[in-house]
Design a protein around this ligand. Structure first.
Ligand code: PEP
Ligand code: MG
Length: 743
C-alpha cells in the first residue's frame, strides 16, 4: 500500500520538495513514528537533511553531518541499518539543537543504497524507548530502495544537488555469473575502456587520410603478428582464433568500405568507426553466437585502428596495478593480450560464454574468468579490490577484510590441495582393497590436452568433437579435422582417447549452421540423429578420424543412441569408411573400438540386443538424468531439484552394470557426476570401474578412490539403496566420515 501511495505521489507530478515531504509523511504514518527524515549525500561527504516530518522544518537543508559523524553518519559510513531504543545514550550520538530532536529517544535508520553506493540515509524516531523489529527495518529498507531509484532517476532532487562521491560508502558486493574458466584470483579492478572519442571527423587532406589509414592498418597487422609469436600462442585453438582475427585485418570488403568512406571526405578514424557502425547496425541485433563473436572481433580490430589513428596506446601500463583483474563488457581475443600477462590475474565480463574467443585465450593463459556478470561495469570502480572466483562463478567486489582473509586462506588451501593432488598423480588409482579404478578425463579443445600429463589421467574418456567445430568460423573439412584429431592422439602419446562423433543440436549450436528451430532442442534433431540424416557429414568425420589414427588404435563413440538400429546404421557408415581407407592403402587402426553413449533411458531395455555390437558403453549422466526426470539440465530453476544420487538413477545404473559386466563390454560413466567424489563413491559401490571427468576433478576423485574400502562401500550401498526413506547423499557422507573416505 505504502509503495503504491509513493508511486501515486510521484505520478501526480508534484515538485521534488512536495514529493519528499509526502514520502516522509507517509513513512511516519506507516511506521507509527513521530519523526521521519531523509538525509541525502552531497559533494564533500556531507549528509544533508532534505526532508523531515517531526523535526523542526527550519532544520531542512541546514542540518548537515559528515559521513561517519553522528548516528546518521555512522549508518552511511558502514552502509548498514541501525535500531536503538535509546539513541541518545549511543556513543556516536551527535546532538543538533536546530532539529529539536532531544525529545525523541528511539531511532531506526537505514542507508539509501544503489548499485553498492550510499546515496543517503532514511531515519525514523519515536519519543518512547521502543525497539524496532526486523519487519520494520525491512519495511524501511524497501522504502529506501524506492527512494534510491527515485534519487538516481533525478525525480526528487536534481542530480547536481546530490553528487556521488567516488570511493565513498561503497558496499561490498557479490555478483553471480557463470564460470568461463575455473580458478580463483585476487586483484584490483582495471576497467577495460575501449571507447575512443573521435575528435576529427572531416578530412582536410584526403590523400593524407588514406596514407594514415594504410599505415595504421599495417601497424595493427604487425601488432597481431607479434602477439602470435608469443610462446604461449604457439598451438591450439587460441592460436587459430588469433589467426582468424589476423585475417580480419586483410578482409578486402571491410577495408574497401573504410577506403570509400575516406574518399568521401571523412578522416581515417571517422571512416573506420563508420565502417564498424555499418556492420553493427546490420548485425547488432543478432543473437547468433557466431555473428556476435565476429562483431566482437571486429570491434577489437576497430579499436586497434582507432588507437593507432588517434595516437593513443592500447593499454597504458603506467598506473595499472600489479595484480590486475580486467573488467569488460565483452572483449576480442587480442585485446586481452594487450595487458601485461605477468600482472593479469583474472577477467570479469558482462557478456561472454565459455566458448567465446576471449575465454579460450584466457584458458590458454590459465586465468580465472567469470562471465555474464550483470552490470559489472557500473558496479565496479577502477582500483576496487576484487576476487574472481571461477570455481563458484562469482565475483566479490570490495570484500570486507575478513572475507579477503578467507579468500586468501581458500587460495592457499587450493594451492595446497593442488599440491596434494599433484603428489597423487603417479600413484595408482586403486581402492584400499586393491580394486583398480580407471580415471579418465573429458576434453574438447586441444588446450585441454595439456591436463593429461598434469593429472596423470589414464587417457581421454570423452573427447567432445563438437567443441572445436563450435569455435570455428566454418565447417572444418576432412583435412582440418584429421589434423586436429591427430594432434590429440599425438599429445595423448599412446594413452587411449575416445572420440565422440558430433553431438550438435540441443544446446550446442554450430555458428555456421544455426539453430534448427526445434521446439524442444534437447529432444530434437541432434547428435546421431543429424549424423544419420546427413551421412556425408558423419562419414567425413569418420574418415578424418581414420586418417588421423593412421594405424594407431582408435575408439569411436556415437552419442544419443536410442535404438540399436541407429548404432547399426552408424557402424555401416564406419565400415564404408574403413573399406574406403583400405582401398586407398591407408593404414587401418591397429585396434578399433566402437561404443555408444548411454544417455537415453530407452536403451536400458535394449541392452541384450545392443551389447553384441559394441566394445564399450559410456554413460552420459548429464543427459540421462534430464531424460529420466524430464528435467531440462540447463534450467536454473530446476538445478539441484533432482539429485543424481537418487535411488532411481542409481538403480537404473546398477541394472546396466549388471547387464553389461557379464557381456565383457567395458562400461564407463562420463557425465559430470563422475567427477564429484560423493557421486563417484556411489558409482564405484554399484560396480562402475571407469570414470571420465573434467581434468580438475581427477585429483579429488583419486583421493577418494585411494581412501575407500570398496567392499565396505558396496555392502553399505546395497543396504541403503532400497531404502528411499533417507536422502542417499547424507547417508553416503556419513559413511565417508565414519570410514575416513576423502570426499
Ligand atoms: C552427458 O550427457 O552426460 C555427456 C557426457 O554428454 P554432454 O554433456 O556432452 O551432453
Ligand atoms: Mg550428452
Amino acid at each position: 500500500m505504502l509503495l503504491k501511495r509513493l508511486r501515486d505521489t510521484m505520478a501526480r507530478g508534484a515538485t521534488p520538495e512536495e514529493t519528499l515531504g509526502e514520502v516522509v509523511r507517509l513513512v511516519a504514518n506507516e511506521m507509527v513514528a513521530e519523526v521521519c527524515s531523509i538525509y541525502l549525500l552531497r559533494a564533500g561527504e556531507v549528509l544533508e537533511l532534505f526532508a523531515t516530518q517531526g523535526l523542526n522544518p527550519s532544520a531542512v537543508h541546514r542540518t548537515r553531518l559528515r559521513v561517519g559523524e553522528g548516528l546518521v553518519g555512522d549508518i552511511a559510513a558502514h552502509a548498514r541499518p541501525l535500531a536503538l531504543d535509546d539513541a541518545q545514550r549511543h556513543p556516536q550520538y551527535a546532538y543538533r539543537p536546530e532539529t529539536g530532536e532531544e525529545i525523541y529517544h528511539s531511532l531506526a535508520g537505514v542507508p539509501i543504497v544503489r548499485a553498492g553506493r550510499v546515496l543517503g540515509v532514511l531515519v525514523v524516531q519515536n519519543r518512547t524507548r521502543r525497539l524496532y523489529d526486523e519487519e520494520e527495518i525491512e519495511t524501511l529498507q524497501t522504502i529506501a530502495m524506492v527512494l534510491a531509484e527515485m534519487v538516481a532517476a533525478g525525480h526528487i532532487v536534481s542530480p547536481n544537488e546530490v553528487q556521488q562521491v567516488d570511493g565513498l560508502g561503497l558496499l561490498p558486493l557479490r555478483i553471480d555469473g557463470v564460470q568461463l574458466t575455473p580458478g580463483i584470483a585476487i586483484g584490483h579492478a582495471v576497467l577495460h575502456e575501449p571507447r575512443i572519442v573521435i575528435q576529427r571527423v572531416v578530412a582536410e587532406d584526403v590523400g593524407l587520410e588514406h596514407k594514415r589509414f594504410e599505415e595504421a592498418l599495417g601497424g595493427v597487422r604487425d601488432d597481431v603478428d607479434r602477439l602470435l609469436e608469443a610462446d604461449d600462442m604457439q598451438s591450439g585453438e587460441h592460436r587459430e582464433i588469433l589467426e582468424t582475427f589476423r585475417m580480419f585485418a586483410d578482409d578486402r570488403g571491410w577495408i574497401e568500405r573504410v577506403r570509400e568512406a575516406i574518399a568521401s571526405g571523412l578522416t581515417g578514424e571517422a571512416s573506420v568507426q563508420r565502417a564498424f557502425d555499418d556492420v553493427r547496425t546490420r548485425l547488432g541485433q543478432s543473437t547468433d553466437p557466431y555473428i556476435r563473436e565476429r562483431l566482437s572481433d571486429l570491434q577489437d580490430l576497430t579499436n586497434r585502428l582507432l588507437l593507432r589513428l588517434t595516437g593513443r596506446v592500447a593499454v597504458d601500463p603506467s598506473g595499472l596495478p600489479e595484480d590486475m583483474i580486467v573488467v569488460a563488457r565483452d572483449m576480442g581475443p587480442a585485446e586481452l593480450l594487450d595487458y601485461d600477462r605477468a600482472r593479469l590475474r583474472g577477467l570479469v565480463l558482462e557478456e561472454g560464454s565459455a566458448l567465446s574467443h576471449v575465454a579460450i585465450v584466457a584458458r590458454a593463459l590459465d586465468i580465472p574468468v567469470v562471465g555474464r556478470a550483470a552490470d559489472v561495469l557500473s558496479r565496479i570502480e577502477p582500483g576496487d579490490p576484487i576476487v574472481v572466483d571461477g570455481d563458484h562463478a562469482q565475483v566479490l567486489v570490495r570484500p570486507a577484510e575478513d572475507i579477503l582473509q578467507n579468500v586468501h586462506a581458500a587460495i592457499e588451501a587450493r594451492v595446497e590441495r593442488l599440491r596434494k593432488y599433484a603428489a597423487l598423480r603417479d600413484l595408482p588409482s586403486a581402492t584400499r582393497d586393491q580394486a583398480r579404478v580407471g580415471l579418465f578425463m573429458n576434453a574438447g579443445l586441444l588446450i585441454d590436452m595439456q591436463h593429461l600429463d598434469e593429472t596423470g589421467a589414464d587417457g581421454v574418456g570423452l573427447y567432445r568433437t563438437e567443441i572445436p567445430f563450435m569455435v570455428r568460423s566454418e565447417f572444418p573439412d576432412v583435412d582440418a579435422q584429421a589434423w586436429l584429431y591427430s594432434r590429440v592422439l599425438d599429445v595423448a602419446d599412446g594413452r587411449p582417447v575416445t572420440f565422440r562423433t558430433l553431438d550438435v543440436g540441443g544446446d550446442k549450436v554450430l555458428p555456421y549452421v544455426g539453430a534448427f528451430g526445434d521446439e524442444n532442442p534437447a529432444m530434437g534433431w541432434r547428435a546421431i540423429r543429424i549424423g544419420l540424416d546427413r551421412p556425408a557429414m558423419l562419414r567425413r568425420q569418420l574418415r578424418a578420424l581414420l586418417q588421423a589414427a593412421n594405424g594407431r588404435p582408435l575408439s569411436v563413440m556415437f552419442p544419443m543412441i536410442a535404438e540399436v538400429a541407429e548404432l547399426l546404421s552408424a557402424r555401416k557408415l564406419l565400415d564404408l569408411e574403413l573399406d574406403r581407407a583400405k582401398r586407398r592403402g591407408l593404414a587401418l587402426p591397429e585396434r578399433l573400438r566402437v561404443g555408444v553413449m548411454f544417455e537415453v533411458p530407452a536403451l536400458a531395455w535394449q541392452l541384450d540386443s545392443l551389447l553384441p555390437h559394441v566394445d564399450f558403453i559410456s554413460v552420459g549422466t548429464n543427459d540421462l538424468l534430464q531424460f529420466l526426470y524430464a528435467a531440462d539440465r540447463g534450467n536454473s530453476r530446476l538445478a539441484g531439484r533432482y539429485d543424481n544420487l537418487s535411488p532411481a538413477l542409481l538403480r537404473l545404473l546398477h541394472f546396466v552394470v549388471e547387464k553389461v559386466r557379464p557381456a565383457g563390454v567395458d562400461l564407463a560413466v562420463c557425465g559430470e557426476m563422475a567427477g564429484r567424489p560423493v557421486e563417484a563413491l556411489a558409482l564405484l559401490a554399484i560396480g562402475v570401474r571407469t570414470l571420465s571427468m573434467s581434468p580438475g576433478a581427477i585429483g579429488p576423485v583419486k583421493a577418494m578412490v585411494r581412501s575407500v574400502d570398496l567392499n565396505e562401500a558396496t555392502n553399505f550401498l546395497s543396504s541403503v539403496l532400497t531404502r528411499p526413506d533417507r536422502p542417499l547423499r547424507e547417508t553416503l557422507r556419513l559413511f565417508a566420515a565414519d570410514h575416513a573416505v576423502e570426499i
